[in-house]
Design a protein around this ligand. Structure first.
Ligand code: NAP
Length: 266
């Protein structure tokens, strides 16, 4: 049995233990997964000791620690380094390595849903960790990404960034929502009004509710559940040193299970 954990600040409704349990069942990984709800980042010193003493074999990291964890790690993958955020930690040859499997989650979501990104103008709402991940994915797929922020003075973004007031002056075909606006329980909220979304492709990183208000405004629209599932499969592949392919049937099975879990939990 190998032991893993999720480190974050508010984890009482986290779906991760359930999801990792189901992935472990499907791929026959002998996994135990526990929650570490911690008030501040100093816990990471203890977490690295747990890894080095072989008491825990890996961690997931969530809000608000995806950036704060970095100084405690020995190495970062190229993807995690360029995004500046880590959601998965594993140990190899006594080195504590940080990876960002959200990147692969979004990349595969775009591929599975046959969303054509090459040469398209994509606006990314928000400038947090998920937005930076989306920017890297879109750039790697040869799309043209622009961040949309509430306040340009409040970001440390060096790439193209505009405010919501500029949106009627720019062309875009795809919208990625990387803000929490529209997430349960605030399901009647949308980060953009209907006229700014009509006919556009929407990728909403939110997965509860299944169809956000923003998605109802758009043309082709997908939520973030596949990204969530795929980032978790990638994490277990790193932890168990496997290379399980992403299969549509497995994703569909996990989607049904996760949606049922969310229905019964919230
Ligand atoms: P975050 O670091 O807190 O960033 C969220 C960004 O949203 C902020 O940087 C902010 O950008 C904007 N924002 C925050 N409050 C807002 C408000 N009231 N109105 C408008 N904009 C607001 O969070 P994150 O980790 O990047 O996650 C963002 C979203 O993606 C969350 O809903 C999260 O659940 C989702 N997510 C999903 C997955 C998945 O697997 N599906 C993975 C990661 C994240 P500005 O200050 O620049 O406006």
């Amino acid at each position: 049995m190998k032991n893993f954990g999720l480190i974050g600040k508010k984890l009482n409704h986290s779906i991760s233990p359930f999801l990792h349990g189901e992935i472990a069942r499907i791929y026959k990984n002998n996994l135990a997964y526990q929650i570490f709800e911690i008030p501040e980042a100093v816990f990471f010193k203890k977490a690295t000791n747990l890894l080095k003493e072989d008491k825990i074999n890996g961690f997931n990291i969530t809000i608000p620690y995806k950036e704060e964890v970095i100084p405690y790690l020995d190495t970062l993958s190229d993807i995690a380094k360029s995004i500046g955020a880590v959601n998965t930690i594993y140990i190899k040859d006594q080195n504590i390595i940080g990876e960002n499997t959200d990147y692969y989650g979004l990349l595969e979501l775009i591929r599975l849903n046959e969303i054509e990104v090459k040469d398209k103008n994509v606006i990314i709402l928000g400038t947090g960790g998920a937005a930076k991940c989306a920017y890297r994915v879109i750039s790697d797929l040869s799309g043209h990404a622009t961040y949309v922020t509430r306040d340009k003075n409040n970001t440390n973004i060096s790439e193209k960034v505009i405010t919501y007031n500029d949106l009627d002056k720019v062309e875009y075909e795809i919208i990625i929502n990387a803000t929490p606006i529209g997430m349960y329980p605030n399901v009647d909220e949308s980060p953009l009004s209907f006229d700014l979304v009509e006919g556009k492709t929407v990728i909403d990183l939110i997965y509860n509710p299944q169809k956000t208000k923003l998605m109802t405004y758009g043309g082709k629209s997908v939520n973030g559940i596949e990204m969530l599932i795929i980032q978790a499969i990638y994490a277990q592949n790193l932890w168990f040193n496997k290379s399980n392919e992403i299969q549509k049937e497995v994703i569909e099975e996990l989607k049904e299970l996760c949606n049922e879990y969310i229905r019964n939990t919230f």
